[in-house]
Design a protein around this ligand. Structure first.
Ligand SMILES: [Zn+2]
Length: 145
């Protein structure tokens, strides 16, 4: 609930805004999803005000909800994968047999299709699966660990 100055269309000036949290909903592919969102309102007149950070955060939360309800891997998990294996995003993408930029798009927030999500989920939860993939790529005997 921290106040900050933002432009209010009604007051026609920069005013303090009040942020409140609540359940919001949005549509993705013609289906409604509810998510924990935030609303910013002008502290003077109570009109909704536009705060880019809040709009972004709401959109991320909406997509997280979409992923959760459709069994798609969460974005923060996708972002941990390259470091888990010490790979660049492009290397990882090619290793999976995808286009060079595919993993980067998911890393930046694109929602993967179910089959790609399933592979990413295995990479995240099963280090052995990733290690074997790496090993087969380097044409070495898989190391047992
Ligand atoms: Zn206002």
């Amino acid at each position: 609930m921290k106040a900050r100055k933002t432009f209010c269309e009604e007051c026609r000036s920069d005013t303090a805004c009040v942020v409140s949290a609540g359940v919001m909903s949005g549509a993705i592919r013609d289906k409604e999803y509810s998510y924990p969102g935030k609303t910013a309102r002008c502290a003077v007149c109570g009109s909704p005000v536009f705060v880019p950070e809040i709009v972004d955060a709401n959109l991320r939360a909406l997509y997280e909800s979409y992923r959760e309800q459709n069994g798609i891997i969460a974005l923060d998990k996708i972002r941990e994968i390259p470091a888990k294996y010490g790979l660049e995003k492009t290397e990882l993408s090619l290793l999976l047999g995808w286009d060079a930029e595919t993993f980067s798009r998911y890393y930046d927030g694109d929602v993967p299709a179910k089959d790609h999500s399933a592979v990413l989920t295995r990479l995240y939860y099963e280090p052995r699966f990733g290690a074997e993939l790496l090993a087969s790529h380097h044409k070495k005997t898989p190391e047992q660990s």
